[in-house]
Design a protein around this ligand. Structure first.
Ligand code: ADE
Length: 231
C-alpha cells in the first residue's frame, strides 16, 4: 500500500519509522510519502491560510497549495488510478474498525491534514471528481489538526494489511472484531499482590475458557459500551 500525507508539520510523521509500521516500511509492505504543504508556496511567508469569507474566528487553509500538492501526487506515475483522499475532521464520518478494514484494502491512501478551521471546501469538491474523498472523524472531540488523527488511522489501517501482524489470530480476538469489547487478559505469575488469575484460565478446559471469555466480553460491553449491543 502507498500512503501519502500532506501536512504543514512533516515532523509529526517521524514516528512512522517506529515499531510495526517501521518494519512494514522496511519490508516494502507500505510506502509512505510525506509532503510539506508549504513546499509549493511562492511567497516569502510561505502562506497556507487566510481569513474566512463571511467572517468568523480563525483561519481557513487556502485552496491553491492543496490543489498544487494533490495534483502533483496524482501526476506521480507511481500513484494508483483512483486513490482515496482521507480528510481528518471532527465533522467527518466516524472512524471504526469496519472503516479501517475497508481502507486496508486500498492501493493508495492520501491523508490531507488540515489545521486551523479546516481546508477551503472547494478542495474536497474539486478532488471528489478525481478521487474518492472521505472526511473522517476520530471521535466527538476537537484536535488541533489532522496529524495525530492521521497517525492513529494509519496505525489502525496498517496493522490490517495482510503480512503486517505476525499472528493473524491476534487480529481476530480483539475489541471490536466481533462487535464486543475484548475479554481481560492475564499472564504469569498466577498470584500478584494477592490478586489471583481466574481459576478457569488455569484449568486447561478450552471450552470452559472460551465460554468464560465470551461471558466477560458481554459483561464488559454491557457495562462500558452498552451502545454496541443489539437492543
Ligand atoms: N481534526 C480535528 N479534530 C479531529 C477529530 N476529532 N477527528 C479527526 N480529525 C480531526
Amino acid at each position: 500500500m502507498r500512503i501519502d500525507i500532506v501536512t504543514i508539520f512533516p515532523e509529526f510523521f517521524a514516528t512512522l519509522d517506529v515499531s510495526l509500521l517501521g518494519k512494514a516500511r522496511q519490508s516494502g509492505l507500505i510506502q509512505t510519502h510525506v509532503h510539506d504543504l508549504r513546499d509549493v508556496t511562492t511567497d516569502k511567508h510561505r502562506t497556507v491560510d487566510d481569513t474566512p469569507y463571511g467572517g468568523g474566528a480563525g483561519m481557513v487553509m487556502k485552496p491553491e497549495p492543496w490543489g498544487d500538492t494533490l495534483d502533483a501526487i496524482l501526476a506521480d506515475p507511481e500513484s494508483s488510478q483512483r486513490p482515496v483522499l482521507i480528510v481528518p475532521s471532527p465533522a467527518g464520518e466516524p472512524f471504526t474498525q469496519a472503516v479501517a478494514k475497508e481502507f486496508s484494502r486500498e492501493e493508495q491512501l492520501i491523508f490531507a491534514c488540515g489545521r486551523y478551521e479546516g481546508i477551503d471546501q472547494r478542495v474536497s469538491d474539486h478532488f471528489a471528481t478525481r478521487m474518492t474523498v472521505r472526511p473522517i472523524s476520530l471521535g466527538d472531540y476537537v484536535l488541533n489538526g489532522g496529524e495525530v488523527a492521521s497517525l492513529a488511522m494509519i496505525e489502525a489501517i496498517g496493522r490490517l494489511i495482510p503480512g503486517m501482524v505476525g499472528n493473524p489470530d491476534s487480529l481476530v480476538e480483539e475489541s471490536h472484531e466481533d462487535g464486543l469489547l475484548e475479554y481481560p487478559s492475564y499472564t504469569k505469575p498466577a498470584v500478584w499482590r494477592d490478586l489471583e488469575v481466574p481459576e478457569v484460565l488455569l484449568s486447561g478446559n478450552h471450552a470452559a475458557i472460551a465460554a468464560w471469555r465470551h461471558e466477560q466480553q458481554l459483561e464488559r460491553t454491557k457495562l462500558i459500551r452498552p451502545d454496541l449491543l443489539p437492543e
